[in-house]
Design a binder for this molecule. Sequence first.
Ligand code: ZN
Length: 481
Amino acid sequence: MTIPQIFLLPRRAALRAFAALTVALVIVGCAGAPADAPQAQTQLSAPKNIIILFADGVASAQWEYGRYSSMVLRQQGFVTTDIVFKQGTLGLASTTPVGAFVTDSAAAGTAMSTGVKVVNGAVAMTADGRPLTTAMEVAKASGKRIGLVTTATVYDATPAAFSIHAKSRTESQNLVDQYLALEPDVLLGGGADYFLPASAAGGKRKDGKDMIAAFRAKGWQVARNSAELRAATGSRLLGLFSDDDMDLEIDRDPVQEPTTADMATAALKALTQNNAKGFVLLVENENTDTAGHANDAAALMRALWAFDDAVKVALDYQRAFPDTLILITGDHETGGFSPTYAQKDLSSLSSSNRFTVGDEHLKMLSRITMSLNKVKEKLGAKPAGAALDDLVTKHFPGFTLDQDLRTLILNNQPLERNAVYLPQNTLARMVARQAGFYWGTSGHTPQPVVIGAMGPGAQLFHGWQDNTDFGQKLHRVILGR
Ligand SMILES: [Zn+2]
């Protein structure tokens, strides 16, 4: 580190130099901003369009896993780290909600959308029921078009907190009703269940309403599978590709469900029409959080690659329309993801009986062909030994289920108090023991999240900040001031 010249001068000369510097700073300060302007406000170059790419449950360990595994297994760069984080502006955000250290997605999404902290579970609403202005409401009021894309249900915590309001994230039917009133130009993801009456296949609404028909009546084009999404040409688009959450990438049926990149492409195609004032688009991959809760390293890897492919779509768009700001972030970390070195077994604690996660272990993960959530679905509530052994042999080649783990699974018992996704977390321990991909918990952690920004206004997101700072800055770039 170099010491500023002023501290090397003799004392009297240093005082003279400091006085001169102070005068110069006052003059610059007066010339640069009106007297009533907040000190921290910098000149903003406002973007016309904003694309927020949101990987739920992802912090630095997951980003590095995406980058490294993509390089080793796909022989492909990972544009999130290699382009946006490397060439753009980088920030880190703390995530604590009101009254806790560890956040959920609703409180984190609310902070990042409204700039205000709330308790866990709340969707852009204070504890006394006061709605907080969301990023999408600001965008709409300023004449911008708005889009929400997710692999979760469209009424899930993140897209909801970026646009609408509820005391609890569980008010699914209420949240869908609010979407019809807000009229997002693009709404893509899962969650057809709360758009359809309980009398219809897959429907859960108690009021008998058909909200898909209601959107169609208002002029929205509707897509229910990948081909319909590809064929859509309208400027307003509702796409619902599953009754609840869309599948993890590792299990996805490409005929029924589009990729995150497919949905981003379709959303941009729709939002680019009639957009004199630009748009704000949120593209969320929720599978990264879902895989984290299950401690599913193989599913997480593929979800991260799917997310990164959507970032490529956004970067291509930015090349064609340079007045576009790209923001990449997550809301919290999920799973305490910790690939590490560990003993091969407990017969000896010497270093010769130790292995470190390496490329051969990544290759073992790449041969896994089913998510741990899908294993749970196949096994049902009372796992049978034969079915379990068969699934492990077929879909987890190269892995052996130790007797202690097998017994826990068949008895529906957890490994630990913080490993409560059964049998996923227990099967994940099989993967950890043999490939080194350990996890700390089946829940969220307070690890700060990474923010990458590229395009007009990006510099605003530089450095250490709170997730509420992100929300306030987002309002500034949407409003252009
Ligand atoms: Zn979560």
